[in-house]
Write a protein that binds this ligand. Structure first.
Ligand code: ATP
Ligand code: MG
Length: 139
């Protein structure tokens, strides 16, 4: 299997609360991604802290943990050529005010914290995050 064909996405608790799960999945499929695995989770504080460990010294960390544990989330493994970069383009900038037109965050996100969706940012992180949720080793 060639490299960088997979990324880890999460539909965040705001996506569920706003009843946007179906719409966001449509966008992902229309953009040519194949959903290889998907599940529903309700992250515990420990799990959210571990997942977002890289941000533990940021001011927004406590808010981020509170948000990510506030309801159901849907992690999924997505498959496509150049998946990591292509998916980051599809979701848009972290802050929806700065996101390009047509991106998922521009269309659906309320603000920089409640921004609907996560996408892995590097190959190393994609591998770690896929293992975190699915205990699978994928290139
Ligand atoms: P993600 O990792 O969720 O895909 P990202 O890579 O675009 O998002 P990061 O810098 O990794 O952005 O931030 C992780 C998450 O922390 C963001 O998606 C958002 O939910 C939250 N966050 C980031 N910056 C802020 C901020 N300034 N204020 C509040 N929350 C923030
Ligand atoms: Mg990130």
């Amino acid at each position: 299997m060639s490299k960088n064909n997979h990324t880890l996405a999460i539909l965040k608790p705001d996506c569920y609360r706003k009843k946007l799960i179906g719409k966001v999945i449509d966008k992902i499929i229309e953009a040519g991604f194949k959903i290889q695995k998907m599940k529903m989770v309700h992250l515990t504080k420990d799990e959210a802290e571990n997942f977002y460990e890289v941000h533990k010294n940021k001011d927004f960390y406590p808010e981020l943990i509170k948000f990510m544990t506030s309801g159901p989330a849907f992690p999924m493994i997505l498959e496509k050529d150049n998946a990591i970069e292509t998916f980051r383009e599809l979701i848009g900038s972290t802050d929806p005010n700065e996101a390009d037109e047509g991106t998922i965050r521009k269309l659906y996100a309320d603000n920089v914290r409640q921004n609907i969706v996560h996408g892995s940012d590097t190959e190393t992180n994609a591998k770690r995050e896929i293992k975190f949720f699915f205990d699978s080793e994928i290139d």
